[in-house]
Design a protein around this ligand. Sequence first.
Ligand code: SF4
Length: 446
Amino acid sequence: MFAKAVARVESLVKGTLFDCRMCGQCVLSQTGLVCPMTCPKGLRNGPCGGTLHGECEVHPDRPCVWVKIHHRTVGDQSLERPNLLPSCDASLQNTSSYLNLLSGADKVGRTPLEYLDLGNRRTTQPIQTQSKLEQRLKSGDFVKTCELRAPRGASMEKLIEQASHVQGHFDAVNATAYLNARPSLSSAVVAAKLAEMGIEAVCQSTCRDHTKTSFIAELLSNQLNGVNNTLCLTGDAYHGVPRIKQVFDMDGAIMLYEARHLREKGTIYFTGERVANAPRMFLGAAINPFTEPSNVPIRRLKQKADAGADFIQTQLIFDMQAFDQRFMSLVRQEGLHEELFILAGVPVVTSKKALEIMPRIPGAWVPEEALRRLAAASDCQAEGVQLARELVEQARQIPGIAGVHLMLFGPDHSVLPDVIESLESTSVQQPTTHFRADKSAEPTTL
Ligand code: SF4
């Protein structure tokens, strides 16, 4: 009774002052008095990739909560690595954080996690997983990856046809799924199919759709199915009506931490349980290089690197010069390209219909000039391929870029090999090293 009365008063006072959502494990003192639970995705550690010009992806008329937190806590210049807060303890929701502070019930939820000791200059460390993508990246070759979308129906026919166009040309292929939170086959199922076809597959897992339990389950399935790469994403928002409930128990950094903990220690962090044949995924994350101010994506990158990411795929880039000046220069200054591999996201826009949706892609910065160029073309597909070729060549010249990730906006996957024609000399090779379960052992060369 007393606890409920205190919670009601706290809700009234803090609700009025801070728009408090009563998580019961208050971190306002760590977030510049901005409640992170007011982020529509409830993210606890930093912005999603949907923020652009300081606005929120879900509510473009409001500022991004996490950009505000960065601004209030460290300002627009600091590049210091942020803390990594654990997920909220769901049992404390709607209870008084004052009482929880006194009893110590909120200690875990408010105490930053200890980052794992992953060593330095990790891009030069010996091979650690069975991922062929890791082998390719560590070989020093300029890597190219692309993506295939999971079918919306229970048929793989079209996917197999699309896969046949990219097989043998790319070092890895991502299985994208649940675009805009709409149902499809899962990424894990499609990635398993690609692996079965002999394609190095990347499973994309989103915290929008996963509880911690189902995320670990997906990692286990991947391990079993020969899928050795997992990309940990927040997931874009569902804009349909009625609004559906989305999970967001983790953010991208916490997903990485759970997956890397499993890989390094063989135990599930959130349950403490040991796992037989624990998944040893090569782990990826995404970053939006055009989030402003420019210290925000760099700090988030540091956080994701130390939470366990091995490689990064960027949001799509139409202007490589701006990307280099705004983002990569800071990446190099901070030595982050030596901690993880950075793949530049290259758009391949091949239809006028796809062109129309470009400005609406969450977090994507699409310069007017690129839009005009593609809109004016009599052959949109040819122009889209040409633009992508130019972007690939420009990306290749940027120090610290390990490769490109092509994102097709159009129906015909057969154009993708054309985009990377000039890179074909760095052909997709068979693996040259064997992974050994004993991490202290050096990889052997065949
Ligand atoms: S842009 Fe993303 S991180 Fe920022 S407030 Fe909106 S949903 Fe949250």
